[in-house]
Design a protein around this ligand. Structure first.
Ligand code: NAD
Ligand code: TYD
Length: 350
């Protein structure tokens, strides 16, 4: 008999796999049920180290499928949900928004319905994992606070904002015990190489052009994925019901400075002459509607729940680069299939 049966959706993805690992190891009396559709972004190889843990189970399913969700809740007696399953890449959302509406909005509402119908009493948590992109784009000053008005501007962020609103609506309307976290950009091992950092590492290693959108002056606030996982675990276990928590690293970088930093780091690691990798930098047509700046005020989670990032960016980046250099098989497998078509569509004539 398990103390809790926690459903982690999207657990085979980038952030999900780090969270599943943390929860399986930290809570041997909880059963962790990882549910994932295994889209292009989901990969069971991200979870090989927990595969045989007695408190771990995997279910391949689509959160849009209501009947499948009902049977998972019944079969595993789901007591809590940490919901990460999503279409997560802004560029893909610009090419095709409907998949984002289906998974991020319809899929989330589906899960909320099943949780509402299955749970009696208060001893449950539905933790929805969201993004700072719901707040829109900042100018030179200011930080996103939990009270900042939602102003999503890409199809991705609009779908995530919509899902956040539904999660809150289920709390206010039906009393569902929910929590929401809105986090800044993550980096770390096992990230699909469509996102800035793993894409640049992979291209530097393979001596391919480094596509910088626009002038490279857009700013992101970067957080190590394991610190995001620990923030989710902290909010899930100690955060207040009905509340939102912003999570971020107070770590703002322009894209161009970040890519140049990666070039210098990899020049050293690959024994290249100083400045060699930077020559690969290529400025390409900007992303449509490109948000200028994201930056998080994380003082609420720090003050209330005593959470702080554990690593400096430079340390986290070095660990990340070392992981990609050691795990070329992981990247090569991913980039050998449909990734090539994706890459051509996004970058060939840009
Ligand atoms: P990811 O794309 O790496 O992983 C998403 C996972 O969801 C994949 O394993 C995929 O197979 C699964 N999935 C997709 N559609 C599904 C469906 N219909 N049913 C079941 N599973 C499905 O994404 P990520 O970067 O790990 O992000 C996880 C969550 O965190 C997302 O909700 C995202 O919005 C949020 N988030 C991400 C970041 C970031 O920087 N990556 C920052 C803040 C918040
Ligand atoms: P990304 O990793 O896609 O995250 P998000 O758009 O959700 O913040 O992109 C991070 C930043 O890097 C964003 O400003 C877009 C930029 N970018 C490039 O300049 N070139 C690229 O090839 C990619 C993928 C992103």
């Amino acid at each position: 008999m398990w103390e809790k049966n926690i459903l982690i959706t999207g657990g085979a993805g980038f952030i999900g796999s780090h969270l599943v690992r943390l929860m399986v190891n930290k809570y041997p009396t909880y059963r962790i049920i990882c549910l994932d559709k295994l889209t292009y972004a989901g990969n069971l190889k991200n979870l090989t180290d927990v595969d045989n843990a007695p408190n771990y189970a995997f279910v391949k399913a689509d959160i849009v499928d209501a009947e499948a969700m009902k049977s998972v809740f019944a079969e595993y007696e789901i007591s809590d949900v940490i919901h990460l399953a999503a279409e997560s890449h802004v560029d893909r959302s610009i090419e095709g928004p409907m998949e984002f509406v289906m998974t991020n909005v319809v899929g989330t509402v589906n899960l909320l319905q099943v949780a509402k119908d299955s749970w009696k009493g208060d001893d449950h948590v539905f933790h929805h994992v969201s993004t700072d992109e719901v707040y829109g784009s900042l100018g030179e000053d200011g930080l996103f606070e939990e009270t900042t008005a939602y102003d999503p501007r890409s199809p991705y962020s609009s779908s995530k904002a919509s899902s956040d609103h539904f999660v809150r609506a289920f709390h206010h309307t039906y009393g569902l015990p929910i929590k929401i976290s809105n986090c800044s950009n993550n980096y770390g091992s096992h990230q699909f190489p469509e996102k800035l950092i793993p894409l640049m590492i992979n291209n530097i290693v393979n001596n391919k052009p480094l596509p910088i959108y626009g002038k490279g002056e857009n700013i992101r606030d970067w957080l190590w994925v394991n610190d995001h996982a620990s923030a989710i675990e902290t909010i899930f276990s100690k955060g207040r019901i009905g509340e939102s928590y912003n999570v971020g690293g107070l770590n703002e970088w322009t894209n161009i400075d970040l890519v140049k930093y990666l070039c210098r780091l990899l020049d050293k690691k690959l024994n290249r002459a100083e400045g060699e990798s930077e020559k690969l930098i290529t400025y390409v047509t900007d992303r449509a509607g490109h948000d200028m700046r994201y930056a998080i005020d994380a003082s609420k989670i720090e003050a209330e729940l005593n959470w702080k990032p554990s690593l400096k960016f430079e340390e986290g980046l070095e660990i990340t680069v070392d992981w990609y250099l050691k795990n070329t098989e992981w990247t090569n497998e991913i980039t050998s299939g449909s990734y090539r078509d994706y890459y051509d569509t996004m970058y060939q004539n840009r």
